[in-house]
Ligand binder design. Structure first.
Ligand SMILES: *Cc1c(COP(=O)(O)O)cnc(C)c1O
Length: 390
């Protein structure tokens, strides 16, 4: 019987930033007081700052899907033509939401592990110039692939449509120039790169998107963008907010600002590159080899091995939780997260553990093969003076 620390190595929820966790204990605060308004205002301002946008940023007490739902119900009308990019389980969620609200959705589907190309979006827009919206995932967490949001935005911004980006695992893992590229709605969630527990969703809303809110007729009540904007301007939320999470967010955003959003992104990108290198050295195949993102790396289990075995053994041997594939990808792949509060020491341990598990399950590897690949990348890239400790 040895000590096994619990480690969350999943792409949401992600490891918690300890000072944010401690801040939650001060949540016996009333939300209609100046103390709370101060914290809420600073969260909204800091979110704008780290997202790098002049657009309004609003917050909801919900998981990320709440903001996805809100962006449809507040900005569109029944029967509106939209284009939905589907490259995985989260793209499928966009399609389901569009269907639930009666939008006329043209779904661009690619096989899991691939991405929808900007050319596909451009062609679909050319065929239907009256399209009102285009929906995509910046980072498709279920496959580890990242979309070329910038090139897609260039196509969408020339039209009357708004571009709605689920960046729930894109924020903090890839550059997203919201204002420069013309990303009309950009959605984030607390349990991803923001290093705090699930329960808060955010979204930025461009002036073009606000115009849509003026004419949209789909029914909505709890998730009301216009009402939330008015409340936010007064330092409040429309309904009782998740005070504990907002205090945590204020602390986490302070940290993100201290490191700098660009370095948070670079951190994820380096860990992702090191993971890909380790997988390569171990003879493992990447699932999204063509357009791998940096929020999570999806790796195929060796031939004949169920990825569930790897997931299970991480838990039983090392107390660590890693993600299996979702839906039909279950048993095929395992996913290693890089977004938010992850560092090289996490990755050394993770890859060392993976080598042990592979060896024990009929896939012999020489110990240290994958770890060395991570060490090399660390040596070349990570030792930078800007690195900030918690
Ligand atoms: C986590 C995630 C979501 C949101 O899921 P919730 O369970 O509602 O938080 C949406 N899109 C992507 C790409 C995600 O990774």
């Amino acid at each position: 019987m040895y000590i096994k620390k619990q480690r969350l190595l999943t792409p949401g929820p992600t490891p918690l930033y300890p000072p944010a966790l401690h801040a939650m204990m001060a949540s016996d605060i009333h939300h209609r007081t100046e103390d709370f308004r101060k914290a809420y205002r600073s969260c909204l301002a800091d979110l704008k700052e780290v997202m790098g946008t002049a657009n309004d940023v609003l917050m909801f007490a919900s998981s990320g899907t709440g903001a996805m739902d809100a962006s449809v119900s507040n900005l569109f009308s029944k029967g509106d033509k939209v284009i939905v990019c589907v490259a995985g389980k989260f793209g499928e969620r966009w399609a389901e939401i569009a269907k639930a609200y009666g939008l006329d959705a043209h779904v661009l589907t690619v096989p899991y592990g691939q991405v929808v190309s900007p050319a596909q979006v451009e062609a679909a827009l050319a065929l239907a110039p009256d399209t009102k919206g285009v929906f995509v995932q910046a980072s498709e967490t279920s496959t580890g692939a990242a979309h070329d949001v910038r090139a897609m935005a260039a196509a969408v911004s020339k039209t009357g449509a708004i571009f709605v980006v689920d960046a729930i695992t894109g924020l903090g893992t890839m550059p997203l120039d919201i204002d420069g590229w013309g990303l009309d709605v950009v959605i984030g969630g607390s349990q991803k790169a923001f290093m705090i527990p699930p329960g808060l969703a955010f979204l930025s809303v461009s002036p073009k998107a606000w115009k849509f809110a003026e004419t949209a007729t789909l029914p909505h009540f709890y998730f009301n963008l216009k009402k939330e904007k008015k409340s936010g301007d007064a330092g409040e939320s429309s309904w009782t907010p998740s005070t504990a999470l907002i205090l945590a967010l204020a602390e986490a955003l302070r940290y993100v600002k201290q490191i700098g959003m660009a370095h948070l992104i670079e951190n994820a990108q380096m860990l992702a590159a090191a993971t890909r290198a380790a997988a390569g050295k171990l003879g493992l195949e990447l699932f999204s080899a063509g357009s791998p993102g940096s929020s999570v790396t999806a790796v195929r289990a060796p031939a004949g091995m169920d990825s569930g075995v790897i997931v299970k053994e991480f838990k039983t041997r090392f107390g660590s939780v890693i993600a299996n594939g979702q839906g039909s990808m279950k048993g095929q792949i395992f996913r290693i997260a890089h977004l938010g509060y992850f560092d090289f020491a996490d990755l050394f341990a993770m890859v060392a553990g993976l080598e042990i598990i592979l060896n024990a399950n009929g896939y012999p590897v020489k110990y240290g093969t994958g770890v060395a690949a991570v060490q090399e990348i660390y040596e070349h890239a990570a030792v930078k003076p800007q690195t900030v400790n918690a």
